[in-house]
Design a protein around this ligand. Structure first.
Ligand code: HPA
Length: 268
C-alpha cells in the first residue's frame, strides 16, 4: 500500500496541477473545520491543504494550525510534506534556493500551539530533538536528485509571529543565534504534527534576503513573485518525494500520545 501523504502548501502554493481528479474534502475537528483536496498521482492518494486558504486570505498568526493537523490525523494521513516561503539570513542561501530544514527556533507568541492542555490526555511534553522526520527529509532530498534540483540539506528556521516583517536588529540577532532562514508559519505546525504522531518535513523556498541583508525594503509582493517563479519546480518535487516515501516506518515520529477522541469531540 503506498503511503497516504498530505501536502501543506504555503505562500504561493494553493493547489497542485498534477493531482488527478481532485475533490473537495471538509473535515470537522474539535478545533474547527479544515478544507482539503484529495486527488491521485501515480496510483497514490494525495491530500492537498492550502495553509493560507485558497485565496491567501489567512495571515500566518490566524491560520488554524490545530484544525489542519487534527484533520490530517482524522483522515489517517501517514506523512506530511509542507512548503514555506522564507527570508534568508545567509548570503549563501539566495532567493530561489530550496532548503530542507532540520531545526527551528520559536519566536511566536500567543498562538495555540499544542493539542495537550491537560484534561483527558494529561500533561504531555513531546521530544523535539529531531523535529523533522528524517525519512521524509530523505525523500525530499532524493526527489531533488531525481529531478535535477539542487536542494540544501539542513538549515535552522526561525519562526516569528508576524505578520510584520522583522527589523534588521532582530535578523542580526537571529543570525548570531544560529538561525539561517526566517518565516512565520512552521511553528506550531511542526510541533502539532509530532504531537499527532504524523511524519512531517518542510521544504523551504528562499523568496528574499531578510531585512537588513536585503538592500531594499521587503514586500509581500516580492515573496509572491519568487514563489510564482519556482512553483512549477516545487509542485513536481513534492509529488516525486511523496512517491518515494517508504511504506515501512523507520523513524520515531509517532510517540502515539494523541488519541483520535482528543480531536474529534464536539467543542467543549
Ligand atoms: N520574514 C518572515 N517571513 C518571510 C520572509 C521574511 O523575510 N520571507 C518570506 N516569509
Amino acid at each position: 500500500m503506498p503511503v497516504k501523504v498530505a501536502i501543506i502548501g504555503g505562500t504561493g502554493l494553493y493547489e497542485n496541477p498534477h493531482l488527478e481528479k481532485p475533490e473537495k474534502v471538509i473535515v470537522e475537528t474539535r478545533f474547527g473545520r479544515a478544507l482539503l483536496y484529495r486527488g491521485r498521482h501515480r496510483e497514490q492518494e494525495i491530500y492537498f491543504l492550502a495553509r493560507h486558504g485558497a485565496g491567501h486570505g489567512l495571515p500566518p498568526h490566524l491560520v488554524n494550525y490545530r484544525a489542519n493537523i487534527a484533520a490530517l490525523k482524522i483522515l489517517g494521513i501517514d506523512a506530511v510534506l509542507a512548503t514555506a516561503a522564507v527570508g534568508s539570513l545567509r548570503q549563501e542561501m539566495a532567493p530561489g534556493d530550496l532548503v530542507v530544514i532540520d531545526q527551528f527556533i520559536d519566536f511566536t507568541r500567543g498562538r495555540p500551539s499544542t493539542f495537550f492542555e491537560g484534561g483527558g490526555a494529561g500533561v504531555v511534553h513531546i521530544d523535539m530533538t529531531e523535529p523533522y522526520c528524517p525519512a521524509l527529509r530523505g525523500a525530499l532530498l532524493r526527489a531533488g536528485e531525481t529531478l535535477g534540483e539542487d536542494i540544501v540539506d539542513g538549515g535552522c528556521y526561525v519562526c516569528t509571529e508576524g505578520p510584520r516583517f522583522e527589523t534588521p536588529a532582530e535578523i542580526a540577532m537571529f543570525a548570531r543565534w544560529g538561525g539561517d532562514l526566517v518565516g512565520m508559519t512552521n511553528v506550531p505546525e511542526v510541533v502539532l504534527a509530532r504531537e499527532a504522531g504524523l511524519c512531517y518535513a518542510t521544504i523551504t523556498l528562499v523568496s528574499n534576503y531578510a531585512a537588513g541583508i536585503s538592500a531594499a525594503p521587503l514586500s509581500h509582493q516580492e515573496v509572491l513573485d519568487e514563489m510564482a517563479r519556482r512553483k512549477g519546480a516545487l509542485d513536481r518535487l513534492l509529488l516525486e518525494a511523496a512517491g518515494g516515501i517508504a511504506a515501512k516506518r523507520t523513524c520515531k515520529c509517532s510517540p502515539g500520545a494523541l488519541k483520535l477522541e482528543d480531536i474529534t469531540d464536539e467543542k467543549p
